[in-house]
Design a protein around this ligand. Structure first.
Ligand SMILES: Cc1cc2nc3c(=O)[nH]c(=O)nc-3n(C[C@H](O)[C@H](O)[C@H](O)COP(=O)(O)OP(=O)(O)OC[C@H]3O[C@@H](n4cnc5c(N)ncnc54)[C@H](O)[C@@H]3O)c2cc1C
Length: 230
């Protein structure tokens, strides 16, 4: 989706980052201001930012015939298109969408409802989840009455974790290292802290609502333990 946005719009941004074969000669490489290896989601975003920052000749080197990396849609079975891996628009940051004006370049986001369909091999049963809490409960109850009762609570808990982690995703580890690490002057620390105080404040507010012990367990414990705690 992103590859279409960046490469098929005919914008200056699109023209400056063209994919081509990885077999470039040394002479060809010297013609570019920047080479980005890999035309996946991150490579395309990096190339677009490099281009936007003023570099005129940015090249994306992609070994596959299609751009997008794990976030591509491909016709695996003739007549049927599939998300090869990534199927949700969850990690593309809103700031990236705004700064690269992706909506203007054709990005459309669709709400998934139903959100997932899981058939059960060798059975007539399947699990169809969506936006309706009542219908989700009914669907899950086919497999576990207990799970159906706690699913909403589980989702609410996960949302408190999202509220805490989401603002931090826009900060880079190097920014945090410069603020909290050694070797940065006090003046520089204060300047950088001012720059990131918005997201840090949001995260700190969300941390008050979140069960931090449960979050720690979610990211470190085996899934068997986590799924039986709610
Ligand atoms: C099964 C699965 C499901 C996922 N689901 C979601 C989801 O629902 N929502 C979500 O937001 N994220 C999801 N993700 C994560 C998301 O796919 C990744 O965060 C994202 O694709 C990372 O982008 P990337 O550009 O770093 O890497 P990739 O998407 O892996 O792209 C790397 C690109 O580099 C190319 N490449 C590698 N080596 C070379 C080389 N030497 N020369 C030239 N080209 C090279 C590859 O061909 C590829 O196109 C999922 C990931 C997986 C594996």
């Amino acid at each position: 989706m992103l590859s279409k946005t960046l490469f098929q719009t005919g914008s200056g941004l699109a023209r400056s980052a063209a994919a081509f074969s990885t077999s470039t000669t040394k002479q060809q490489q010297q013609k570019y201001d920047a080479l980005v290896v890999g035309g996946g989601h991150n490579g395309l975003v990096a190339a677009a930012y490099l281009s936007k920052s003023g570099l005129r000749r940015v090249r994306v080197l992609e070994r596959r015939p299609v751009l997008g990396g794990a976030a591509v849609t491909e016709e695996i079975v003739p007549g049927y298109k599939f998300s090869r891996a990534s199927y949700l628009l969850s990690l593309l940051r809103p700031a990236v969408m705004d700064e690269l004006e992706l909506k203007k370049h054709g990005l459309r986001v669709y709400l998934r409802d139903p959100s997932s369909f899981t058939p059960v091999l060798g059975s007539e049963k399947s699990l169809l989840l969506g936006m309706s809490a009542e219908e989700n409960r009914r669907q899950i109850a086919q497999f576990s009455e207990k799970d159906s009762m706690v699913f909403e609570e589980y989702e609410e808990k996960l949302n408190t974790f999202v509220d805490l982690l989401d603002p931090i995703l826009d900060l880079s580890p190097s920014e945090l290292a410069r603020i909290f690490g050694q070797g940065t002057s006090l003046r520089e620390r204060i300047r950088r802290l001012r720059e990131v105080r918005g997201p840090l404040r949001k995260a700190a507010r969300a941390a008050k609502e979140a069960d931090l012990a449960a979050l720690y367990e979610l990211v470190t414990a085996p899934s068997e333990k986590v799924k039986n705690t709610v």
